[in-house]
Write a protein that binds this ligand. Sequence first.
Ligand code: PLP
Length: 356
Amino acid sequence: MTTPQPRDCVSRIPAYVAGRPPKPRAGLTTYKLSSNENPYPPLPGVVEAAVRAAEQMNRYPDMGNTALYGALAGKLGVETERLALATGSVGLIYQLVQAFCEPGDEVVYAWRSFEAYPIAVTAAGARNVQVPVLADGRHDLDAMIAAITDRTKVVMVCTPNNPTGPSVTQTELDAFLARVPEHVLVVVDEAYVEFVRMTDAVDGVATVLTRDNVVSTRTFSKAYGLAGFRVGYAVAPPAVATALRAVSLPFGISNVAQAAAVASLAAEAELLERVSALVAERDRVVKGLADVGLAVPEPQGNFVWFAAGDRTTDLAAAADQLGIVVRPFAGDGARISIGETEANDRIVELARSFDR
Ligand SMILES: *Cc1c(COP(=O)(O)O)cnc(C)c1O
């Protein structure tokens, strides 16, 4: 061997397939429904705050993220020592695995689920233990318990599950947590928490406050519409938050992103209005799909799942023809984000016209 060699695990890291932008089409407005992004422009005051912060780009950002920690602690009603900020919740997932797994340790999670999990786990030299979701897209929590071994360090619960859509209930989560060994860290990935509308919904923050081995991760990328700025946060037991901050990239969150996140938290009323409108659109799409004979797993995020199986690639091509870009997972299904009203109409049109 004559050249520098990366660790073995590096060649096994799966590629992250980002949602594709639409190709422009003559005479047709096209929509990107492939990345679960928020279709709304920034919340009031956010662009102004970001522009003000950009004037300081010659300075390093506040490494302690003081203003953002303060604003989040106030909103959530938790001590700052329980919070850890990161460059998106993808950053948190990397940091969790890095902080808690030695090479060869196991991370248990549902599959199909968020595609960043196998990337982060493999990059850390840890092992992926994927537990198939049930036919209705829900986590198989019993099978996940059965998959825990003495090498398991972390269990991920993605609720609502990206890309299939359903959430676990608080009752299910509590029963699950009661069966997980105390030394195993349970990460409740609540990237879409603002969109959840169900009885017995998970309260991640309250759950964290009663346990020493549970972390909730959240993000400004989805409901808050700051996907381009990369800010996520964890609510965790203080010792876990300390570990997450210890392995974080110094100065990772830019001052522009910090300012935008603080300003977004201050626009809570407008945020809730927009989220409600997207939830109403989600409900309208689900009803439209049912009317044309397509039942989808109960969506609790800002996306729906078409379990198209072998026809997934054809489905994605048919969506392209209608001017919407979906996120296909070949052989399995396609995830379609709830977007602009016209785009959502086309989701129903896709289901109606596609020969399943
Ligand atoms: C989008 C998403 C995230 C968050 O990503 P960011 O890095 O915060 O943009 C985390 N978990 C799940 C399940 C997601 O779908």
